[in-house]
Design a protein around this ligand. Structure first.
Ligand SMILES: *Cc1c(COP(=O)(O)O)cnc(C)c1O
Length: 352
């Protein structure tokens, strides 16, 4: 068996180009939000057909400002899936809204539109729909609920539905550029969509230079980050192709032991490579892969209904108990990919 250093669940891919651009900005002396942030916003708009975009300090901040831009306030209900990171819940609470959880498809982890429909009330002001793991959600059925939709593209930049980029279906899109997302600025995010809404978000992200007297925040991106972001964006197609290639290798080795990943969707990107296994088998896999120096993870740490003690989310419960995420990212060397592939073939279960 080949030996490699421990393989983390995720890791960014940054190179000399990012380092050079960041150094240039530092030498220029203009490091806070400025022309380069505006340039990064324009580049995202151009790449994904948005009319306008406002960069933020994180994906969570982007969600918060997007909710406020849509007018979410005290008492307004916002539907979010139970099977997702806590950032969505936090953003709704920060905006003063009431989070309403919806169940997900146990096979894909994406929001179940029928369940979301059942949770809609006269007070529903918005729905946040993540394209989880880079796999496109049933966005059209959710838009058909007739409530403003925020597409959470934190895991899905570069994915498309019928050739149309994700993020262009709903009222607003948000992105995250956290270190281990598809492209990164260390921390960072963006709100994108119609100019009237984005302008509100832009206005809320700073406390100075504004005419309004209403409460605002400081959640700006820096020019250093934006410079890195522009380089990362220029490498996105390459990153997505690398992810695709690794996924094909994993597909092949999984098939050799009679398994498949969660069902793919056309136009998806592989942000996460996820396998669904019986809970005990999943836990054995995690342990044995760890023994080989490979960190696999539950792709969602804990479903949100666990946090507030709600029940009635069988889809999210199943996804949480069964899903396993195997390391897949462009920073993996060929040797590491082969090491992971080898370890997968060793997971064959006599009974499963
Ligand atoms: C990462 C992530 C967020 C939050 O983004 P941060 O930049 O970490 O604040 C929101 N939604 C989804 C689906 C994410 O994966």
């Amino acid at each position: 068996m080949s030996e490699t250093d421990p393989i983390p669940h995720s890791r960014p891919l940054l190179g000399d180009m990012e380092a050079e651009r960041a150094a240039e900005v530092i030498r220029s002396g203009h490091i806070a939000q400025g022309e380069l942030v505006a340039g990064f916003e324009a580049a995202i708009c151009k790449a994904y057909g948005h009319a306008d975009a406002a960069a933020t300090s994180s994906g969570t901040a982007a969600l918060h400002l997007a909710l406020l831009a849509l007018g979410v306030g005290p008492g307004d209900e916002v539907i979010i899936p139970s099977f997702v990171c806590r950032a969505l819940l936090n953003a709704v609470l920060q905006a003063g809204g009431v989070p309403v959880l919806a169940d997900v498809d146990p096979e894909t982890g994406n929001m179940n539109p029928d369940d979301a429909r059942k949770r809609r009330t006269a007070k529903t002001r918005a729905v946040i729909v993540p394209h989880l793991f880079g796999r496109t959600a049933e966005i059209k059925s959710i838009i058909a609920l007739g409530v403003p939709v925020i597409e959470d593209c934190a895991q899905a930049i570069g994915a498309a539905i019928d050739g149309k980029p994700v993020g262009t279906f709903g009222s607003l899109a948000i992105y995250s550029f956290y270190a281990t997302k598809v492209i990164t600025t260390g921390e960072g995010g963006m709100v994108a969509g119609a100019p009237a809404l984005v302008e509100r978000a832009r206005n809320l992200r700073e406390y100075d230079n504004r005419m309004e007297s209403s409460l605002s925040f400081n959640c700006k991106m820096t020019d250093i980050q934006a410079a890195i972001g522009c380089v990362q964006l220029s490498r996105l197609t390459e990153f997505v192709t690398m992810r695709q290639k690794i996924a094909q290798i994993y597909d092949f080795v999984l098939a050799s032991i009679g398994l498949k990943p969660i069902p793919p969707a056309p136009g998806q990107i592989y942000f996460r490579y996820v396998v669904s296994l019986a809970e005990k088998v999943r836990d054995r896999w995690m342990k044995r892969m760890e023994n080989r120096g490979i960190t696999c993870a539950r792709p969602v740490f804990r479903p949100l209904h666990h946090l507030n003690g709600e029940t009635g989310f069988p889809g999210a419960e199943t996804a949480w108990r069964q899903m396993l995420s195997i390391p897949l990212y462009p920073a993996l060397s060929e040797k590491e990919v082969m090491h992971i592939a080898e370890a997968i073939t060793e997971q064959a279960e006599p009974e499963s």
